[in-house]
Design a protein around this ligand. Structure first.
Ligand code: ZN
Length: 165
């Protein structure tokens, strides 16, 4: 396994809309393994391929968020249902050392393919639902800071320029 470099805001790759994966090649499998390793070593709960500079529709989620307690790797994930709202604190490996409360759907249903190209569906709520929404946003070039109010955004920009130094 190889450790990948996590791209940080304002790297333009984080704004790219990731391309669908049509073929699950060994390169994709290796990318998924490397992303999982990179995420764990960075103490992240999830990671999208854009964040390691490869804009394809692949996300990984840490096992501790999964009731089945195994890591999740999702190819071409889409949210097919959202229900209710909840506000919870979020952070992002691509926006280091910044945390803010963000409103998300409380429950989601996600459809995706696994690494054997088998389609599956996950219905969930709580931290896993939050992680899916956050990571799938990445695939669409969206960051959690995009949801900040204009005032919070300007405070963020000032703070972040200091953090980045
Ligand atoms: Zn993130």
């Amino acid at each position: 396994m190889a450790l990948l470099t996590i791209r940080t805001y304002p790297d333009p790759v984080l704004r790219e809309v990731a391309a669908p994966i049509s073929d699950i090649t060994d390169t994709i499998r290796k990318l998924a393994d490397d992303m999982l390793e990179t995420m764990k070593l960075s103490n992240g709960a999830g990671l999208a391929a854009n964040q390691v500079g490869i804009p394809v529709r692949l996300i990984v989620i840490d096992g501790h968020l999964n009731p089945e307690n195994r890591p999740l790797m999702l190819i071409n994930p889409t949210i097919v249902s959202m229900e209710a709202e909840v506000v919870a604190e979020e952070g992002c490996l691509s926006v280091p050392r910044y945390y803010e409360f963000i409103k998300r759907a409380k429950k989601v249903i996600v459809e995706a393919m696994d690494l054997d190209k088998k389609p599956f569906e996950i219905s969930c709520e709580g931290p896993l639902a939050k992680a899916f929404q956050h990571e799938i946003d990445h695939l669409n070039g969206i960051l959690f800071i995009d949801y900040l109010s204009p005032v919070k955004k300007s405070i963020f920009k000032k703070q972040y320029s200091k953090i980045k130094k």
